[in-house]
Ligand binder design. Sequence first.
Ligand SMILES: CC(C)(COP(=O)(O)OP(=O)(O)OC[C@H]1O[C@@H](n2cnc3c(N)ncnc32)[C@H](O)[C@@H]1OP(=O)(O)O)[C@@H](O)C(=O)NCCC(=O)NCCS
Length: 162
Amino acid sequence: MLRVEGDAEAVRYQSFEPRTADACRAYLARDTAGDPDRTCFDLAVTLDGSFIGRVGLDIKRPERSVGELWFMLDRAHWRRGLMFEAASALIDYGFRAHGLHRIFVECDPRNAAAVRLAEKLGMQREGLLRKHVCIKGEWCDSLYYGLLRDPRTPAGSRPDAL
Ligand SMILES: CC(C)(COP(=O)(O)OP(=O)(O)OC[C@H]1O[C@@H](n2cnc3c(N)ncnc32)[C@H](O)[C@@H]1OP(=O)(O)O)[C@@H](O)C(=O)NCCC(=O)NCCS
């Protein structure tokens, strides 16, 4: 995690600074403590048994059946289709096993990789919020991409999909 998220280039469009070892530990402590009000999948992406990134689905409001997707990959493995594969699997899991009806991504419009990945995942550009997040001390716009569950996808049919 430190190798991936300590990389300034990888976290360029994130609201947090490159993580130190202490910041990684603090994140993991928060993450594993859980939150009774939300369901959050924060999954390791591995290649040949090695950690190369994270993909997550945060269902903050279970009663609304909406999940936020995020992704972060080791720069050494960019542009090999790996996150498309990982995110596709998690989206499928969210729709089928959790009955979500909408999954969205928030990203910086300058983040060409995230924008293209969202499009490739079949998401539609839904809107732009101006000066919505503070990134490295600067107020930046946020783009929202969303995907709705295909009504033909049965919910709850594959709880073991991952
Ligand atoms: C975003 C990220 C996860 C993409 O992972 P990846 O495994 O490289 O993506 P994939 O290889 O599956 O590529 C998916 C599509 O995006 C395109 N793409 C990837 N990086 C790109 C870039 N820098 N510029 C333009 N397109 C890019 C790929 O070409 C592919 O599209 P195509 O098949 O039409 O050619 C990775 O760049 C990353 O970790 N970035 C830093 C963290 C980050 O910004 N996360 C997003 C926060 S919202």
